[in-house]
Design a protein around this ligand. Structure first.
Ligand code: CTP
Length: 419
């Protein structure tokens, strides 16, 4: 099968220029270059994917260096194991030396030696990701399909390439479910059995790698489908006994995505994921996934605030009181609690929801117009006195008791006379 037409049709012009430059220079060096992995799968499916991975039979780093020296492409990085990243205009592209991999023990990073394209394809996770397309001039666009990838793609099947695949690298369990849900595929029977058998092998995977896979899942259009399926398969409890993929999570993830500005959407998903956990459960989760400090703070705050929500359930609260109750929490934790609380008329926590929203959309941005310098000019000396005046001004502004700059000046002057 030849995919030259699909390559020309789906890849943007600039990316094609770079790919052709690379394969041209590789030919001069006597090397062969192939498109591999996700992009081949997606070209066959007709999905756009500009995240290109190229495999070189021969030294990929030397090739990348030569391309960077002789074209406008920039070499962004190169690493041990013969991988390199090139940037050209708006695109980046990964180049790797074809390699053979062996796993000393389950979950360990593999030992890597140079190999052929065939070696490089058999080490991969699933048959649908183990195809390549030649970029050499004599057979440009020709599909390399040693492991039934095309057949599995047509039958919508996810199949591992050897029985030890999940135990070598149990992140493939998470990756497989991700593809299953993204494409609406099914696990081939034997693969499904081995997946279930090897769920305990997740214990061999480091926290950073599990976290990375969850972040990868959170980039999906509908990560809740993946989370739910991982729950049904019994994968989630292996990561943390409190982790669930129920209808509640699905509804809240969906809402989180609809927020106008879903800044840090992945972090928000993490906060929602642990919403029903006990404090101990959260600590276990943070430690297991080696969650970075800032996100850990937001996740702990999410639970801490959840226990304080009854304090916000009073319609008579003034804006300054709401501000006072919420100012110590990470905005992400407040956002997670706003999503978790009811927002329909007549529901029990509607007031709580409104107060959280008021803080997020308005109160946290309220600042006084007058600053320290201006207060000095009004005769208020720096130090505790000024601090007190600024606090009272801020409170008055939150509660709408002062609106204009002139209002603030008037209040500051009257305060200075009293202090
Ligand atoms: N791969 C693998 N085992 C893993 C991770 C990756 O075999 N644990 C291989 C697969 O062949 C995959 C390729 O490395 O196609 C690139 O990995 P990645 O960029 O994570 O996946 P994509 O296939 O590009 O898929 P996605 O569309 O999800 O990004």
């Amino acid at each position: 099968m030849n995919l030259a037409r699909q390559i020309e049709q789906y890849l943007p012009q600039q990316l094609l220029e770079l790919v052709k430059d690379i394969s041209g220079q590789a030919a001069k060096r006597g090397q062969r270059v192939y498109l591999v992995g996700g992009v081949v799968r997606d070209l066959l499916l007709g999905y756009p994917n500009f995240d290109l991975d190229l495999v070189v039979e021969g030294d990929a780093v030397k090739l990348a260096q030569q391309v960077a020296e002789t074209s406008q492409a920039k070499l962004l990085a190169h690493h041990r194991f013969g991988t390199a990243k090139l940037r050209y205009k708006n695109f980046t592209l990964d180049l790797a030396t074809a390699r053979r991999e062996t796993y000393a023990k389950p979950g360990a990073l593999p030992a890597v030696t140079p190999g052929t394209l065939k070696d490089d394809l058999i080490r991969r996770d699933f048959s649908i990701n183990a195809m390549a397309i030649s970029l050499a001039a004599n057979d440009y666009g020709e599909l390399v399909n040693h492991y039934q990838g095309r057949n599995d793609l047509e039958h919508r099947l996810i199949r591992i390439l050897h029985p030890g695949s999940f135990s070598d690298d149990a992140t493939r369990i998470l990756r497989g479910v991700c593809y299953e849900q993204r494409f609406g595929f099914e696990f081939e029977t034997h693969t499904a059995q081995l997946l279930k058998r090897d769920i305990p092998m997740l214990d061999t995977i480091s926290g950073d790698r599990i976290r990375h896979e969850l972040e990868h899942i959170f980039e999906e259009d509908r990560p809740e489908l993946v989370i739910k399926r991982l729950g049904d398969l019994g994968v989630l409890p292996r990561i943390n006994p409190f982790l669930k993929g129920d209808g509640w999570i699905a509804e809240k993830f969906d809402k989180a995505r609809r927020l106008k500005k879903p800044t840090q959407l992945a972090s928000l998903y993490f906060c929602l994921l642990i919403y029903s956990f006990s404090e101990r459960g959260v600590e276990q989760f943070l430690a297991r996934l080696n969650i970075p400090a800032k996100l850990s703070r937001a996740m702990r705050d999410t639970l801490r605030l959840k226990t304080k929500l009854p304090l916000l359930d009073r319609p008579s609260l003034k804006p300054s009181e709401i501000y006072h109750l919420l100012r110590e929490y990470e905005p992400l934790a407040i956002q997670a609690n706003a999503l978790a609380s009811d927002e329909k008329e007549g529901t029990p926590s509607l007031i709580v929801h409104r107060h959280l929203q008021l803080f997020l959309t308005k109160l946290r941005y309220v600042r006084t117009s007058l600053d320290g310098e201006e207060l000095k000019r009004l005769g208020i000396s720096a130090g505790p006195e000024m601090g007190q005046v600024l606090q009272i001004l801020h409170k008055a502004k939150l509660d709408g008791e002062v609106r204009t700059r002139a209002d603030e000046k008037k209040l500051a002057l009257s305060l200075s006379l009293k202090l």
